[in-house]
Design a protein around this ligand. Sequence first.
Ligand SMILES: [Zn+2]
Length: 341
Amino acid sequence: MKAFYHQDQSQHFPKFYMKNGKPIAAREVPERGDIFRNVLSELGIEIEETQDHGFSFISKVHSPDYLTFLQTIYPKWKKLPDASEEIIPKSHPVRYSASYPSDVVGQVGWHLMDTSCPVGPGTWSGVYASAQTAISAADSIAKGTTKTAYAVCRPPGHHAYPDGGAGFCFLNNSAIAAERLLETYPRVAILDVDLHHGNGTQAVFWNRRDVLTVSIHADPANCYPHYWGYAHERGEGSGYGFNLNYPVPEGTTDKDYLPVLEQALEQIQSYAPDAIILALGLDASEKDPFAVLGITTEGFAEIGKRVDDLGLPTLIVQEGGYISPVLGDNLGAVLKAFSER
Ligand SMILES: [Zn+2]
């Protein structure tokens, strides 16, 4: 197994996000990356240098206006009177027909889809490096240098839409990596096991059948992202039937989760992908600060084992999963299933 990380990722260092109307300390912080890299060193997995692949794959997923926004908005924001240190939107053009605004505050509301994506001075460097980490890991698989690669992506990406950031995510690392894999493999499956529905990834491939998107997550009826992640969302046009959602009730533990995973894996096998991306959120953990699902470290080991059993070239992309006493153990449990490769 090969692993990838870039030091610039730590430049994205958000300080807070809004929860129940109050600012609380950010959970998606650089220390997560330190924990993940410690696990790699304990397992004796060397971290490879991330290569800069430029915009070739990023711009297949994200719109030019959004990429321009991410690169240029911070200095413009700081020129506003009494501007905050981190950018937070005050309004969003949800529903009804809307037009792209020319002013800074309007663009912030257009491209930052919720209040969980504070943009700071190092955000662009961090999210760009995180995307390059995902591409580099995909590239190593596609070139045949390894059968499994782990991309230590933070910030994560699966809530990011083609033209907007949401839920701690800015660039959709898993979707961008899929674009790299598609240059080599005709069909790619993405299995997202994060606590939260992979709504951004679903949106990117909504009309496509070259990427099967499968997400197992807490029921959005009472969990973020609230508006997406229901079982009836199956894709559209030629992508109809190529998006599968498996919402599970709050409090689900290994016993009821693993049979759902089996159903999802059956569908993936019927798709017969040439490669798979495991969008590895670890926040379904029983000890995660989100405290919604009850997956144990043994449960995560089982997730790793069953994905490994597919025998496919596998890219593991880090998504969510926040600091708890078992965060590193859970990552280690998944990676160990693949470490013989
Ligand atoms: Zn999550």
